[in-house]
Design a protein around this ligand. Structure first.
Ligand code: SF4
Length: 247
C-alpha cells in the first residue's frame, strides 16, 4: 500500500507532466478548455459524452450534436438512431443517446426551457444533488459539472481514471467502486488542482495506461509508478532465474 508521501509524490509528478503542456502525442492539454465555459445544461451533455471516452471522442460527439441539430429541442424529439449516428465513436452510443433524450425530456417537462443556470445560485451541495436527481445523470456527470461549472471540489471518476489511479497507487488497490475512489481522490487532490488532475490522468490513461498491456516503458510516470516498478522487478527476477546455469 502506498504511503501518503508516496501518493503525494506521484500526484506531483502527474501534475508536472500535465504542466508541461503537451503529452507524448504533442497534444496540448489546453484542448480541454473547450468545455471550460459551457452553460450548465451543456456541461451535463458534455459529461454524458466524456464518461469512458477520450477527450477527442467526446469533443467530436459534442460538436456533432451542436452542428447536426437545430437546438436541444430538436435533439429531444429526434430518434435514438439519429442521435446514435451523431455519437458514433463513443462506446455504447445507443445508451448514451437514450440518456441524452431522457435528460432533455426531464428538463423540458420541469422548466419548458433548456437551461439550468439557476443552479449557480444554489449551494454546491444542493446543485450537485439536483443534478444527480436527473434520471440520466450519475455520479460522474454530477462531479464533472460541479468541477467544471459550479466551482466546487469534485473528481469525476470513470473506468479509465479508476484504473490509472489504482495503478499509480493514488488510491488503494482494494478500492474498486468509483464512489469510494472519488472520495479518496477528493481527499488527496487539492481543489485548485482538480481540473488539472482530471485532465492529466485522462491523458495518461489514453496515451499509455491502456487497460490491456499498458505502455509503461514509454510512460513519463514509470519511475514513480508502483505498477511499473513491480512489473520491472518481476521481469528482472525472471531474467536472473533464466540466466542461472543449470547444475
Ligand atoms: S507507468 Fe505504466 S501502469 Fe504506471 S501510469 Fe504509466 S502506463 Fe500506467
Amino acid at each position: 500500500m502506498a504511503t501518503t508521501t508516496n501518493k503525494q509524490r506521484t500526484l506531483n509528478q502527474l501534475l508536472a507532466v500535465a504542466n508541461s503542456g503537451t503529452d507524448s502525442r504533442g497534444k496540448s492539454s489546453k484542448e480541454e478548455s473547450v468545455c471550460a465555459n459551457l452553460p450548465v445544461l451543456e456541461q451535463v451533455i458534455f459529461a454524458l459524452c466524456r464518461e469512458n471516452a477520450t477527450l477527442a471522442q467526446a469533443q467530436l460527439a459534442f460538436e456533432n450534436l451542436k452542428t447536426r441539430f437545430f437546438d436541444w429541442n430538436e435533439i429531444r424529439v429526434s430518434t435514438i438512431r439519429e442521435l446514435e449516428e451523431a455519437l458514433a465513436g463513443l462506446s455504447d452510443a445507443e445508451t448514451r443517446a437514450q440518456r441524452l433524450v431522457a435528460f432533455l425530456q426531464e428538463v423540458f417537462e420541469e422548466r419548458f426551457a433548456f437551461e439550468l443556470e439557476d443552479l449557480h445560485k444554489k449551494g454546491v451541495k444542493q446543485a450537485a444533488k439536483k443534478l444527480t436527481n436527473y434520471g440520466a445523470a450519475n455520479e460522474y456527470v454530477g462531479s464533472w459539472v460541479v468541477q467544471r461549472s459550479l466551482g466546487g471540489h469534485a473528481i469525476p471518476v470513470d473506468a479509465a481514471t479508476l484504473r490509472c489511479a489504482r495503478r499509480l497507487g493514488l488510491i488503494d488497490s482494494s478500492i474498486e467502486d468509483p464512489e469510494s475512489a472519488r472520495a479518496a481522490l477528493e481527499h488527496l487532490v487539492p481543489k485548485a488542482k482538480g481540473v488539472q488532475f482530471t485532465d492529466a490522468i485522462s491523458e495518461i490513461a489514453e496515451s499509455h495506461c491502456w487497460e490491456v498491456d499498458p505502455n509503461c516503458s514509454r510512460c513519463s510516470l514509470q519511475s514513480d509508478c508502483p505498477t511499473a516498478l513491480e512489473s520491472r522487478g518481476e521481469q528482472l527476477s525472471t531474467t536472473r532465474v533464466s540466466r542461472t546455469k543449470p547444475r
